[in-house]
Design a protein around this ligand. Sequence first.
Ligand SMILES: Cc1cc2nc3c(=O)[nH]c(=O)nc-3n(C[C@H](O)[C@H](O)[C@H](O)COP(=O)(O)O)c2cc1C
Length: 297
Amino acid sequence: MAVAMRIDTDTCSRCDLCAAICPNGAIDQVEGQFPGRNPARASLCEQCGQCMAVCPSESIFVGDLTYQRDFIPFDRPRDAVDYSAFYRLAVSRRAVRRFEDRPVPQELLEKVIAAVALAPMGFPPHKTAVIALTNRTAIAEMLPHIVKFYANMVAGMKNPLIRPIIRRSAGPENMDTLENHLMPKLTQLLPAMKASGPDEITRGAPAMLLFHAQRASANHTQDGIIALAYGLLAAHSLGLGATASGMVPPAVNATPALRTMLHVPADHEVVSGMILGYPRYRYQRGIRRELAGVTWV
Ligand SMILES: Cc1cc2nc3c(=O)[nH]c(=O)nc-3n(C[C@H](O)[C@H](O)[C@H](O)COP(=O)(O)O)c2cc1C
């Protein structure tokens, strides 16, 4: 169904920026007239809010979006952050796996979550939801379940009858991770993990964020990974340290006790997660890294 659109004709200057910016051509630009719905493409409006964000006089209204509730003013749209500030943020961020033994105040976690909510998604609204674990006790309770999940995984990978089943359900990308990253690591670390040795999974972190979404929802995997990237950068900007946790989501998804403990809805899967806390050590320098390739065309 087409999303309703209204123009305040008292204030609209007919600059037509709303029509020009609409990613779906759902707004008509007719010389000398006020902008209106393009009837042929009205149903393509996703309420992304770009028309309202660009309007200099707050004259266009789409769906149930309001300027007061749904938009955030900023002063200098062109140079809100310059490249050197972004580069400094990116170069000084590292995976932090050693934490101070103190909790992260909830207001900082709320700030991380507020930044994550600004992440792009396949199309609005967000499908990504977050589970915020704010204390070490809750995270520690997850550990035995996660270790059991990986112990079973290692046993399955070593079993010639079960390994092909894992291969089929994991797919080539996850199988590569399993064979070339997790198996060598887990084979070595599992005995100590089972004996409640050092926590090599959640690293003693005092907080964790898990991003989840309905299993069947569009784009949710990519959305969840981008949410994670925003979360990692936001945490760093707040003086927190964080690391993506690739090991926790599969264990949560496959373990009923963890799903119950974390209130993961039955039709949802956890896509990505991060541990976070105050870094015990401060890095003195960034690391030079290059992509696997750069092709200029
Ligand atoms: C998708 C993803 C999953 C990851 N999973 C883990 C993990 O389970 N445990 C861990 O210690 N680090 C994990 N990391 C962190 C990476 O190992 C780390 O980002 C990488 O070594 C580069 O180091 P840097 O972030 O310090 O630059 C993960 C990173 C990503 C992007």
